[in-house]
Design a protein around this ligand. Sequence first.
Ligand SMILES: [Zn+2]
Ligand SMILES: [Zn+2]
Ligand SMILES: [Zn+2]
Length: 171
Amino acid sequence: MICNNNRVIATQFFRVAEPPGVRYLNPMPRTPTAIETALAALRGGKHRITKPRQKILTMLASDHGPFTIEEIHSQLRRGTCDLVTVYRNLATLEELGLVRRCDFGDGAYRYELNTAAHHHHHIVCKQCAQVKTLDLCVADPLERLAQQMGYTNVTHSMELFGVCAACQKKK
Ligand SMILES: [Zn+2]
Ligand SMILES: [Zn+2]
Ligand SMILES: [Zn+2]
């Protein structure tokens, strides 16, 4: 659940039937190994595992979110670090590909863990702003194409928007 100082109110896991030829990702919800994977990637990249980094990753691994910077800051134990430190660490973790920034079109960026096993996308209801998780990614061929074009450090970002079944019934 997300705090209600913004429009996005809740997240739910939602699996679609597996279409042919589509890579399926590991099942949600997150497992404790998500944090292990993220910390191992930090170590492997010779990046220091500072207390704020560890706490931010642990928090993101324990709940799907995605969370705004303010929400992450308020969920860390008091005195862990200030908002600016959270902001800087999230930027570093995003650069390393361990954290993904989501834009649900309401003016607030939200962050979630992005280890390979947990990469997924979202669908946001345009009316009630509920967020559901799409545990599926079809971007592999696009990323390969970009790499063939000579690009490195290729990432992608995609959220879907629609009107949910409950909102359709309200009409
Ligand atoms: Zn997510
Ligand atoms: Zn809705
Ligand atoms: Zn994807």
